[in-house]
Design a protein around this ligand. Structure first.
Ligand code: ATP
Length: 239
């Protein structure tokens, strides 16, 4: 299988706090890989180090064979790697349509390709189509999460980095968002998913890494990890 993202010996510190202590992992083309872990384990920090919102103190990151450790965030988006931020950071005072337009901002592949992607996003996320003239700040939490995913899809990504897409959503909406993530993956987009909802994440993912206070404690096939007694006790409520 082709390795798409490779993270090697990554370290990140916030001043004296050594948040990520030398982790290595990879994501192959076509996979959904999840990074699970408790509050403060370092999941978001890891994603920010990949998308270059944070500068790692050590380690190497390659995407599709390109070393990206020294690139700027917009250069990484151009290569096809896009982060969907935690907390649905959509532009509240812009409409749904304007938020999606911003997603396509860095593209240079022409108006026709961008127009086709609008249609694809509206087809996949019909609620956004109905609400395309509505201000993003007036959308429900679930709809804002859909918009954040839609905006990322407008970058024409090869791979999405998803940060806690289930956060703050009702169980029914979590199901809906995970179905969307599954469909996006089926359409050919590789996914790295950071989640506290380990149950859902392990159900949808091919492989998983368990992060504990800045180190990878376990890794493997997602369905096998879901059966592991230690994972069950620590992350699946003992069920
Ligand atoms: P959560 O699910 O709660 O968001 P997480 O696994 O994503 O947790 P991170 O947010 O990556 O964890 O945090 C990892 C560690 O780094 C924590 O100990 C946290 O307190 C610390 N940390 C995160 N951001 C900062 C910051 N801006 N300044 C100082 N320490 C930080």
């Amino acid at each position: 299988m082709d390795e798409m993202l490779c993270v090697k010996d990554l370290e990140v510190s916030y001043g004296a706090i050594h948040a990520i202590k030398g982790i290595s992992f990879s994501v192959n083309q076509g996979e959904i890989v999840t990074l699970i872990g408790a509050n403060g384990a370092g999941k978001t920090t890891t994603l920010h180090a990949i998308s270059k919102l944070l500068k790692p103190s050590a380690g190497e990151i390659t995407f599709c064979g390109n070393p990206i450790s020294n690139m700027e965030p917009h250069q990484i988006i151009k290569l096809g790697l896009t982060q969907v931020p935690e907390g649905r950071r959509v532009f509240a005072n812009l409409t749904v349509q304007q938020n999606l337009e911003l997603g396509a901002f860095t593209r240079t592949d022409g108006a026709d390709a961008i127009a086709a992607d609008y249609e694809m996003v509206f087809e996949r996320l019909p609620r956004l189509k109905e609400r395309r003239r509505q201000l993003a700040g007036t959308l429900s939490g679930g709809e804002q999460q859909m918009l954040a995913i839609g905006r990322a899809l407008m970058c024409s990504p090869k791979m999405l980095l998803l940060d806690e897409p289930s956060m703050g959503l009702s169980p029914l909406l979590v199901q809906e968002i995970f179905k969307i993530i599954h469909d996006v993956n089926q359409s050919g987009v590789t996914i790295l998913l950071v989640e506290q909802n380990a149950k859902m994440a392990l159900e949808i993912a091919n492989r998983a890494y368990v992060l504990e206070t800045g180190v990878i404690a376990m890794s493997g096939n997602a369905s096998e990890l879901a059966k592991d007694p230690k994972v069950k006790a620590a992350y699946l409520g003992g069920i």
